[in-house]
Design a binder for this molecule. Structure first.
Ligand code: SF4
Ligand code: SF4
Length: 339
């Protein structure tokens, strides 16, 4: 069995913030939990991963049959930059902090380098993920990377929930870490402060109400969601912003500048550009991942403009009420009527 410290030292050499190890045993509890939530209709039809066999999704041996260990990693994205919400006449839409840069791809590249060393040193076979179709949060929890917050996001003791996750599934046998015994205690701040009441009970999110999940859902946002949408363009992190477990996290320099988008984006531009221009301008960021629906992003921009109510944008919104896409047209009608 390989000493876990050796693997962690390699991770550190490649600038990875934290690495823990768990076994490749299936995540049976997670499979039961996810299936129950899916069957209760809590996921969106735009999220295709849950249509897979959930038992397979929660078993890394479906991707590497001889897997023995999972190397779980995280990278912190909390920086000391301020958010920029635009200026009158040029309203901007907020981009959730985890999307300011492509930390997923950055972590995957770093993990790929770790996998290269493991291959050279131990002839290890490795499959590398970050933001991939693998049970990332259960892996992070069992390995001790962090614990589930009641908002269903993993919280690391040093970096809070400001982390992206990544994994290497491998056929080498590495000494496993233990899960952490820390939890949220009596706190319910994220449940109380979620503007859409999407956290329906501790650890259970109704993704049909969650603005983070709805970012890429194609459809007209229900009135009660649109009203509290604010000036979001991509994602929501309010439950993380209010979380006491995040208050102590030290802000630092960005780990990468890959796919830099920044904290906010001009909204009128999003509504006047073609999809190929959008994909070019924000290339390498998850905002242009292949599963992102450009029309959903434009819908978000419209709802944001309806909440910002900058008079200069009203003619554009009125024009969009005639758009051939009914989601765009109906969203623009809501936005224009909101002035
Ligand atoms: S991401 Fe936003 S909408 Fe979703 S649970 Fe958190 S606060 Fe609520
Ligand atoms: S706000 Fe409180 S309950 Fe929610 S995740 Fe943070 S510590 Fe847990």
């Amino acid at each position: 069995m390989i000493d876990a410290h050796q693997i962690k030292n390699i991770g550190e050499e490649f600038g990875i913030d934290d690495i823990k190890i768990t076994t490749a045993q299936p995540f049976r509890g997670a499979a039961v939990r996810i299936t129950k939530q899916r069957d209760a209709g809590l996921y969106l039809n735009s999220e295709t991963w849950h249509r897979r066999d959930i038992t397979d999704f929660c078993n890394v041996r479906t991707v590497l049959p001889k897997a023995k260990s999972i190397i779980a990693a995280c990278q912190c994205y909390l920086t000391d930059e301020e958010t920029n919400t635009g200026t009158p006449g040029n309203p901007h839409g907020l981009v959730a902090r985890y999307t300011w840069r492509n930390h997923y791809r950055d972590l995957k590249i770093r993990l790929g380098k770790v996998a290269g060393v493991l291959n050279d040193k131990y002839s290890a076979e490795c499959v590398v993920y970050s933001n991939g179709a693998i049970a990332e949060k259960p892996i992070a929890e069992r390995s001790g990377i962090g614990y589930y917050g009641k908002h269903s996001i993993i919280i690391h003791q040093q970096f809070g929930s400001w982390i992206v996750l990544g994994e290497i599934v491998t056929d080498i046998d590495i000494e496993a870490d233990a899960p952490t015994s820390v939890d949220c205690g009596d706190c319910v701040k994220c449940i109380d402060e979620c503007p859409t009441r999407a956290i329906i009970e501790p650890y259970v999110i109704d993704r049909r109400k969650c603005m983070q999940a709805l970012t890429n859902w194609y459809g007209v946002l229900p009135e009660e969601i649109a009203r509290v949408w604010g000036n979001r363009l991509y994602g929501c992190s309010l439950c993380q912003d209010v979380c006491p477990a995040n208050s102590h996290v030290e802000r630092s320099l960005p780990r990468t500048d890959l796919g830099f988008v920044g904290p906010s984006v001009p909204l009128v531009e999003i509504l006047t550009m073609q999809e190929d221009e959008y994909r070019k301008k924000y290339a390498n960021n998850q905002m242009t991942a292949r599963w992102i629906n450009f029309k959903s992003i434009q819908r978000n921009a419209i709802v944001a403009l309806g909440n910002i109510r900058d008079p200069k944008t009203l003619p554009l919104l009125r024009k969009l009420t005639k758009h051939h896409d009914t989601v765009i047209a109906r969203s623009a009608r809501w936005a224009a009527d909101n002035f």
